[in-house]
Ligand binder design. Structure first.
Ligand code: CA
Length: 175
């Protein structure tokens, strides 16, 4: 079963996400602080992490950085404000996606599925076709011509050394 670790201090929101994920066939694990989240991440090794930015004590940025030191577990960052979202994307933390509040649980589940599917495709293409990631990045860039998706692709492309040469000039992505 696919395990999703929810690190969110708002108890009601955490519960709603947990219930909704469970209803959709996932195994949710809830943490309400960054420290608890890191502990459960090490214990349970979840398939994906939903990570709130504003947490008491250790915030979401610290949690993401700590995880990324040793792991590529997919992370979806959750933020309450658009400015935070822009800043986060600029930081290139290696998060796989971003969701801004307010959101619907349905949207969250859709994003979780999309990130997991993308990760699975990447893993398969790495196994079978070493050059495949370049094509995936290129195709995605052509579909979503916004600066946001360009940056997201840059993050997705982490670990791929030369995919950027396969993309049209960055001016294409101003939008
Ligand atoms: Ca919070």
């Amino acid at each position: 079963m696919t395990t999703v670790l929810i690190i969110e201090d708002e108890i009601n929101l955490n519960k709603i996400l947990s219930d909704y994920l469970e209803h959709n066939g996932f195994k949710p694990i809830s943490a309400h602080t960054g420290g608890e989240g890191l502990r459960l991440w090490q214990e349970a090794r979840p398939d994906l992490i939903l990570l709130d930015l504003n947490l008491p004590g250790m915030d979401g940025l610290d949690v993401a950085r700590t995880i990324r030191k040793t792991s590529r577990t997919p992370i979806i960052m959750v933020t309450a404000r658009q400015e935070e979202l822009d800043r986060l994307i600029g930081l290139e933390l290696g998060a796989d996606d971003y969701i801004s509040k307010p959101f619907s649980p349905r949207e969250v589940v859709a994003r979780v599925k999309a990130v997991l599917r993308r990760r699975k495709n990447q893993a398969q293409s790495k196994k079978t076709l070493p050059g495949k990631n370049h094509e995936i990045a290129f195709n995605r860039a052509q579909k979503g011509d916004s600066l946001h998706s360009f940056k997201a692709i840059k993050q997705i492309g982490n670990g791929v050394s030369d995919w950027i040469f396969h993309l049209p000039p960055p001016s294409t992505y101003q939008g």
